[in-house]
Design a protein around this ligand. Structure first.
Ligand SMILES: Nc1ncnc2c1ncn2[C@@H]1O[C@H](COP(=O)(O)OP(=O)(O)OP(=O)(O)O)[C@@H](O)[C@H]1O
Length: 295
């Protein structure tokens, strides 16, 4: 497929997006697109600009230059409008309402699609009650979909880490998105939870949605994605199929910091350019929620 063909059918098109923080260029002239029904991975070493890029897509940041076109319209830099347009996301740091049940957390996600205003809600009229019933039923369906049907009434804060991540995904799905952006969905998960997360993402794609995933776990990304974009110091280093990206010496160098001449054989033939390990923990990494701190 040519780039022009890809662009015409794209659900999301990012044109030349740059995000500066003072003198720091966190995202540097990035072009990117996502087609309907695709799973696209976004990788890069710590501090590469991945979360900042997500924040530019989802209206948390207004890019310094460039534009984001979603479903044929330029997106306004307002998270609520972006959600309404059909793009939902999860965050690197879990952001659930801990003292609400799993079901209530998902219902919250659904309210952007209901139309009862403050007055109808206070008097709890028939329209409000009908919408509330539908919201509850849909939230229950989504909990079943992500595999959380047995913890519907549990407080979010009492769920296991893996379940909290799945609950976040269910809440994102409750907004009825066409595209879901997942920021490190397997961070802190054990191998079994990671496999379940992979199956869930395939299931989301099979339900007709497009998915963009930031991850440091290279095996996970290369198994999962149709296409992968690697950012390094804010710039798009390479975009291609998992096979193309994982065998590119520049990707290996960006992660491991060794020249291709010293390191290529084992790394390029295996499934993982990091030789089986996830990206090294950063030095000078921002505080855990720093990437999202304007959220
Ligand atoms: N609000 C902000 N103000 C100033 N600098 C920021 C801000 N957000 C991010 N940065 C900087 O922008 C750069 C990119 O950060 P970002 O969090 O997007 O990288 P990342 O690829 O998501 O990293 P990680 O994999 O560690 O989450 C970093 O140098 C970071 O310190």
């Amino acid at each position: 497929m040519t780039q022009a063909e890809a662009d015409t059918q794209a659900l999301l098109t990012v044109e030349n997006v740059t995000m500066r923080f003072g003198g720091l260029v966190a995202v540097d002239s990035v072009n990117f697109h996502v087609n309907p029904g695709e799973i696209v991975g976004l990788i890069g070493p710590n501090g590469a600009g991945k979360t900042t890029f997500f924040n530019c897509l989802t209206g948390l940041y207004l890019p310094t230059t460039g534009r984001v076109v979603f479903d044929g319209a330029v997106l306004p830099p307002k998270p609520r409008k972006v959600v309404k347009a059909g793009m939902a996301r999860t965050f690197q740091n879990i952001r659930l309402f801990g003292n609400m049940t799993a079901l209530e957390n998902v219902m919250v996600g659904r309210y952007c699609r209901t139309s009862s205003g403050a007055f109808t809600s206070i008097i709890r009229g028939p329209k409000f009650r009908r919408e509330e019933r539908e919201t509850r039923a849909r939230a229950q369906e989504l909990l079943d979909f992500v595999g959380l049907s047995t913890v519907t009434d549990h407080l979010a804060r009492n769920l296991s880490y893996g379940d909290q991540r799945r609950l976040e995904i269910a809440r994102a799905l409750a907004t009825e998105p066409k595209l879901v952006l997942l920021d490190e969905p397997t961070a802190g998960m054990n191998p079994q939870e990671t496999r379940q997360a992979e199956q869930l993402i395939f299931k989301i794609r099979d339900s007709g949605l497009a998915v963009v995933v930031i991850e440091h776990d290279m095996r996970f990304i290369f198994n999962l994605c149709d296409r992968v974009l690697c950012l390094v110091q804010g710039k798009a280093l390479i975009e291609g199929t998992p096979a193309e990206v994982q065998s590119d010496p520049r990707v290996i160098e960006a992660y491991i910091g060794t020249g291709p001449a010293e390191e290529p054989a084992a790394a390029t033939t295996g499934p993982d350019p990091t030789g089986g390990r996830t990206a090294p923990e950063p030095t000078g990494r921002p505080a855990p929620d720093e990437g999202d701190r304007h959220a």
